[in-house]
Design a protein around this ligand. Structure first.
Ligand code: NAP
Ligand code: MG
Length: 502
C-alpha cells in the first residue's frame, strides 16, 4: 500500500509564514539564536522532509534562559502582579491561542504527524481549556490561619498562618506526542502559582512551543516569565534538569529519562514532578456492550497512532467474548486509513520519527519471534514517511516483551482471561500504573475493579478521556505527582508558615 504525501500547499499563509521564518530561542523577551550558532532540522514525519530549522541549544543557552527566568521571578512586574491581573493575562493567552487555533493545529500536524482536525478539536481545544481552567485559580489560592499551642511557652500567645508561595524558576521538559497540550499542562499551573518557566520542547516537535512563545509576548507576559529553548534532551534537557538556578523540574516523557531527571535534580534537591510511561490495561467484562467496547478498545490503543502515554495497549477480554471483541477490534484496525496529518480523513498518521518507527517495528519483530500471532498489521506501508500499520497480536503471554514494555505505537496485545481475580493480577502485573479501562454494564464490577487496579486513572466504558478538572498521573513507575485539577497548582508552590508572637 502506498501512502499519500502531505500536501503543504493546503496550509494557511500564516502557517507557511511561520515555517519560513528564522527560529530562535525566546530568552528574557528577545529571540536569540543558540550561542553556538547551531541549528537542528525539524522534519515532517509524513514525508521525511525537513520543514524548517530551530536553534540547537546547549548548556550556555539554558544558563542564559535560567538567569532570565530568575530575573523575571524577582521582578516587581511579576512578583507584585495582582492575582486578578495574572488571571487576565492567562486568559488573554488562551484567547490568542483560540484566535490562532488553525495555525497551531497545522503546525502540530506537520510537526508531529497527527490529523490536523484532531490537533484542532482535541490538542488545541484541550490546551486552551487548561489555560482557562488554571487562569481561574490565582485569585482563589489561599492558606490557613492557625492557633499554635507552643507547649514550651505556656504564658505566651501566638498567631500563625500558612500560605502558598511560588516555588520559583521551573524547568519544563516535554515530549513530542501532545506538544501543545503538554505545554499547557506545565505552564498553566506554573503561571497560576506565580512561577517563571524555561520550557524545553522535544527536539522532534518544537514548533507550537515557539508559536506559543510569540503569543505569550503578544498577550503581555513580562519578559522572562516564559523562556523557550529548543535543543536535544541529552544536552539542553540535561543542563536544565541539573541547573542549580532551577527550583523545580516538571517532566513528561519516558520512565528511563525520568530516572535521569531525578538524578540530575539531586544536586540542589529541586522539586520534581514526573509524568512517565504506561502499559495500560483495557478490561472487557463478560457483560460488556460490544457496540461500545469494540470501538472503545480500538480507539484506546489507536488514538494518536498509539503514541499516547495512557494508551490501552493490553486488551484483556473474558474468554466468553474474546473472539467477538478481538475480531471486532482487528476489523477496525484493518480498515483504518493510514495517511498524512493534513488529510483530515487520516485515521493513522506516521510515527513521529524514523527512530520511533524503527523502535515500534523492532517490537513487532520481537513479538513474532516470541511466538505471538499477528491478527492484523505488523507491516510498514510503502512510504518515505514513518508509518506503521495498526497491529493486533493474539496468543500472547505476560512474560513477552510486547506485553511488558511500552511500545508507544499502534500495537495491541490481546489476551483472554477466565475470572476477575486472574484479570486483576494480570492488569497489575506491570511496573507501570498510569491508566486502565473497564468495559461493563455492572455497577458492582465497576467499583470492585476500579479499587483493585493500581493506576492513576480508571475509565469506565471509555478510555483516554482527559480534562483540565481531572487529576492525571501515575502510580508506581508511571511517575510522581498529578497534572490537571485544582491541586496541580500545589506542585508549583511551597507552603510558607508565618508564626507571630503577640
Ligand atoms: P523522552 O525521550 O523521555 O523525552 C522527553 C523529553 O525529555 C524530551 O524533551 C527529550 O528531549 C528530553 N530528554 C531526553 N533525554 C534527556 C535527559 N538526559 N535530560 C533531560 N531531558 C531529556 O520521551 P519521548 O520519547 O519524547 O516521549 C515518549 C515517552 O513519554 C513515552 O514513554 C510516554 O509514555 C511518555 N509520556 C508520558 C506522558 C504522561 O503524561 N505520563 C505523556 C506523554 C508521554 P529530546 O526529545 O529533544 O531529546
Ligand atoms: Mg517533527
Amino acid at each position: 500500500m502506498t501512502v499519500a504525501m502531505n500536501d503543504l500547499n493546503t496550509i494557511r499563509p500564516a502557517t507557511r509564514e511561520f515555517l519560513a521564518a528564522a527560529h530562535a530561542n525566546l530568552i528574557g523577551g528577545s529571540w536569540v539564536p543558540a550561542a553556538s550558532g547551531k541549528t537542528l532540522s525539524v522534519v515532517d514525519p509524513a514525508t521525511g522532509q525537513e520543514i524548517t530549522r530551530v536553534a540547537e541549544s546547549d548548556a550556555a543557552d539554558i544558563d542564559h534562559a535560567v538567569q532570565a527566568a530568575r530575573n523575571a521571578f524577582e521582578s516587581a512586574a511579576w512578583r507584585d502582579m495582582k492575582p486578578a491581573t495574572r488571571e487576565r493575562l492567562m486568559n488573554r493567552l488562551a484567547d490568542l491561542m483560540e484566535q490562532n487555533i488553525d495555525t497551531l493545529a497545522e503546525l502540530e500536524s506537520i510537526d508531529n504527524g497527527k490529523n490536523v482536525a484532531i490537533a484542532k478539536a482535541v490538542d488545541m481545544t484541550c490546551a486552551i481549556d487548561v489555560f482557562r481552567f488554571m487562569a481561574g485559580i490565582p485569585s482563589k489560592l489561599n492558606g490557613a490561619t492557625l492557633k499554635p499551642s507552643i507547649p514550651f511557652a505556656p504564658d505566651a500567645r501566638f498567631f500563625a498562618y500558612s500560605h502558598p508561595v511560588p516555588v520559583g524558576v521551573v524547568g519544563a521538559i516535554i515530549p513530542w506526542n501532545f506538544p501543545a497540550l503538554m505545554i499547557a499542562w506545565k505552564l498553566g499551573p506554573a503561571f497560576a502559582a506565580g512561577c517563571t518557566v524555561v520550557l524545553k520542547p522535544a527536539e522532534e516537535t518544537p514548533l507550537t512551543a515557539l508559536f506559543i512563545g510569540r503569543l505569550a509576548q503578544e498577550a503581555g507576559f513580562p519578559d522572562g516569565v516564559l523562556n523557550v529553548v529548543t535543543g536535544y534532551g541529552h544536552t539542553a534537557g540535561a543542563a536544565l534538569s541539573n541547573h542549580r538556578g532551577v527550583d523545580k523540574v516538571a517532566f513528561t516523557g519516558s520512565t528511563e529519562v525520568g530516572r535521569l531527571i531525578l538524578q540530575a535534580a539531586s544536586g540542589n534537591l529541586k522539586r520534581v514532578t514526573l509524568e512517565l510511561g504506561g502499559k495500560s490495561p483495557a478490561i472487557v467484562m463478560p457483560d460488556a456492550d460490544a457496540a461500545v467496547a469494540i470501538p472503545g478498545a480500538a480507539s484506546g490503543i489507536f488514538f494518536n497512532h498509539g503514541q499516547t502515554c495512557c494508551a490501552g495497549s493490553r486488551l484483556f477480554v473474558h474468554k466468553s467474548r474474546f473472539d467477538e471483541v478481538v475480531d471486532g477490534v482487528a476489523n477496525i484496525a484493518r480498515n483504518m486509513k493510514v495517511g498524512p496529518g493534513l488529510d483530515m480523513s487520516t485515521e493513522i498518521g506516521p510515527m513521529v520519527s524514523k527512530v520511533q518507527q524503527d523502535r515500534v517495528c523492532a517490537y513487532i519483530e520481537a513479538g513474532k519471534a516470541e511466538g505471538a500471532e499477528l491478527l492484523v498489521g505488523g507491516t510498514r506501508p510503502d512510504s518515505n514517511g514513518f508509518f506503521v500499520n495498526p497491529t493486533v497480536f493474539v496468543n500472547t503471554s505476560n512474560d513477552m516483551k510486547i506485553v511488558r514494555e511500552e511500545i508507544f505505537g499502534p500495537v495491541l496485545v490481546a489476551m483472554p482471561y477466565t475470572d476477575l481475580e486472574e484479570v486483576i493480577a494480570w492488569a497489575n502485573d506491570t511496573p507501570y500504573g498510569l491508566g486502565a479501562s473497564i468495559w461493563t454494564r455492572d455497577v458492582s464490577t465497576v467499583h470492585t475493579l476500579a479499587h483493585r487496579i493500581r493506576s492513576g486513572t480508571v475509565w469506565v466504558n471509555c478510555h483516554n478521556v482527559i480534562d483540565a478538572a481531572l487529576p492525571f498521573g501515575g502510580f508506581k513507575e508511571s511517575g510522581w505527582g498529578r497534572e490537571n485539577g485544582v491541586d496541580a497548582v500545589k506542585a508549583y508552590c511551597e507552603t510558607q508558615t508565618v508564626c507571630i508572637a503577640l
